[in-house]
Ligand binder design. Structure first.
Ligand code: FES
Length: 86
């Protein structure tokens, strides 16, 4: 049986990321192209700890698989995914 593990997308909902523009990520789920939707799992997560490590100016943060991207937007998340699903 073949099961493909989904790419986990964790959108930080911590205070810093929220204040710094987590709203820029609103609608992410609906903007993911249909061919990728079955391959990802999106959820909200409390502070990823990156606002302390990388600095709050780089918020909002999103974890995609094992990688965390800063200054995340819907576009930057989609770009990352296009690299993964190419
Ligand atoms: S609030 Fe998002 S990483 Fe801390």
């Amino acid at each position: 049986m073949e099961s493909q593990e989904k790419i986990k997308i964790r959108v930080c909902q911590g205070t810093t990321c929220f204040v710094m523009g987590a709203s820029r990520l609103e609608g992410l789920e609906t903007q993911i192209p249909p061919q990728w939707r079955q391959k990802v799992e999106i959820s909200a997560q409390p502070c990823l700890g990156m606002c302390q490590k990388a600095g709050f100016m780089k918020a909002p943060f999103v974890r995609i698989g094992d990688e965390i991207i800063g200054s995340a937007t819907v576009d930057s998340v989609l770009e990352k995914l296009s690299g993964i699903f190419k």
